[in-house]
Design a protein around this ligand. Structure first.
Ligand code: SIN
Ligand code: FE2
Length: 239
């Protein structure tokens, strides 16, 4: 995959910095940019480290295109709480929430128009990541786009509004790092705190499909690709 080339490129750049005799700091950056190993979480779940790093700038451009037609908005939960994460969608259907409940809608309730089509680049990336996690023939029909700024969070939840209970969730991180919360099958199970960085993809499906997960409040920061934000693309097979 191109993303692997991307990590290698960064690795070589830093080797040069190291060889140029810039010992102390170069040692640190060499270490920091070593390709990070993929991280199996449990059967059916893995973090593919840096899988989308090379494509990330192009993904950000696609998000800008999507939000021209379907702007980010803060949805209201059935309980009346306004979510801190701003959301939009692309694909055949999009995930929405209001006082009446959570659901997938073929149109953007804000405009009545169809959601923007899923860009080819998104689909290729999601299919590649799913395959990398052992899920072949992935065919997502929805992509939720989440935007977090400092303080925004997503409480522990299961993704359970999809008809397909086996196909994986493919969750791509772009921009600022976040603490991804990885729990168990019950809300009360212990929760692991995993740092996800720009380019990392978490994939969970099959036996891990209904694991509780979330995102801890985002720390303020600045990222060259996304400024003050973290963007997350979450692919789902709904139907
Ligand atoms: C989600 O669970 O929909 C998003 C997770 C994330 O932002 O990493
Ligand atoms: Fe989720």
């Amino acid at each position: 995959m191109g993303s692997f080339m991307g990590t290698q490129g960064a690795f070589q750049e830093n080797l040069c910095a190291y060889e140029n005799g810039n010992s102390g700091t170069a040692m640190t950056s060499l270490f920091d940019s070593l390709p990070r190993a993929n991280e199996p979480l449990e059967e059916g779940a893995v973090i593919l480290r840096g899988f989308a790093t090379a494509e990330a700038p192009a993904l950000v451009e696609e998000v800008a295109r999507i939000t021209q037609a379907a702007p980010f908005r803060h949805l209201v939960t059935p309980g009346g709480y306004t979510m801190s994460v701003a959301m939009t969608n692309c694909g055949r259907v999009g995930w929405v929430s209001d006082r009446t409940g959570y659901r997938y809608s073929p149109v953007d309730p804000a405009t009545g128009a169809s959601w923007p089509a899923m860009p080819e680049k998104f689909l290729d990336l999601a299919v590649g990541a799913a395959a990398g996690a052992g899920f072949t023939n992935y065919n997502p029909d929805a992509c939720l786009v989440n935007r977090y700024v400092g303080g925004a969070k997503l409480s522990l939840h299961q993704d359970r509004d999809e008809k397909d209970a086996w196909a994986p969730i493919v969750s791509v991180s772009i921009g600022l790092p976040a603490v991804f919360l990885w729990g168990g099958r019950r809300r009360s199970d212990p929760v692991r705190r995993l740092i996800v960085e720009s380019g990392d993809i978490v994939v969970w499906g099959g036996p891990a499909r209904f694991v509780y997960h979330g995102v801890a409040p985002l720390k303020d920061g600045q990222h060259p690709l996304t400024g003050e934000a973290r963007i997350n693309l979450t692919f789902r097979k709904v139907f």
